[in-house]
Design a protein around this ligand. Structure first.
Ligand SMILES: CC(C)(COP(=O)(O)OP(=O)(O)OC[C@H]1O[C@@H](n2cnc3c(N)ncnc32)[C@H](O)[C@@H]1OP(=O)(O)O)[C@@H](O)C(=O)NCCC(=O)NCCS
Length: 147
């Protein structure tokens, strides 16, 4: 499902899926394939948002799994050209606004210091570690925060 801000700007599921696919190819060792992304973006229980700059360029995205009791970050990424400019913070702010009064969970590669630091800045704490969590075979930290 698309965030209202994207619907208002005329974005389609296909366009959003393409943008996410392009960014994932640049930032993840094992990106999702296009079909998985399109299915997620079409899913009524997942909510997707794009970070767009003042030149209308898409520079990052966030996807959130919505359940009645909690939300879970499906994925978040910023195009490498646009990292370290505060856009990751903006995406996290969108996640926390959408998740008001709910618990948010996320799973992160234990070696992904950039992302772990970003999450800690927003008050997320590590509650668990799972072995072989990702397709790459690396373990994950489970982190959570109540918004
Ligand atoms: C994690 C990720 C989303 C962060 O995105 P980002 O846009 O670089 O994040 P920000 O710019 O908001 O913040 C990152 C750093 O830049 C700093 N920063 C923020 N605004 C800044 C600005 N205007 N000028 C300079 N630095 C700034 C922040 O303090 C932060 O510093 P820190 O890493 O020392 O804490 C990005 O690194 C990414 O896409 N990684 C690959 C995908 C990934 O791993 N996703 C997470 C999967 S769980």
């Amino acid at each position: 499902m698309l965030d209202n801000s994207l619907k208002d700007r005329g974005f389609t599921t296909k366009r959003v899926s393409n943008e996410i696919f392009n960014i994932e190819q640049k930032v993840f060792a094992k990106p999702h394939n296009y079909g998985v992304i399109e299915q997620a973006v079409s899913d009524a229980n997942k909510l997707f948002y794009l970070q767009i700059n003042n030149k209308s360029q898409v520079i990052g995205y966030a996807g959130l799994i919505i359940t009645p009791d909690f939300n879970d970050i499906w994925s978040i990424a910023v195009d490498p050209k646009w990292q370290h400019l505060g856009f990751g913070y903006k995406l996290m702010n969108w996640i926390l606004t959408i998740s008001k009064n709910k618990k948010v969970f996320l799973e992160v590669d234990i070696n992904n210091y950039k992302a772990i630091n970003l999450y800690k800045d927003f008050g997320f704490v590590i509650i668990d570690k799972r072995q072989n969590y990702f397709a790459t075979g690396v373990p994950a930290f489970i982190m959570t925060k109540t918004c």
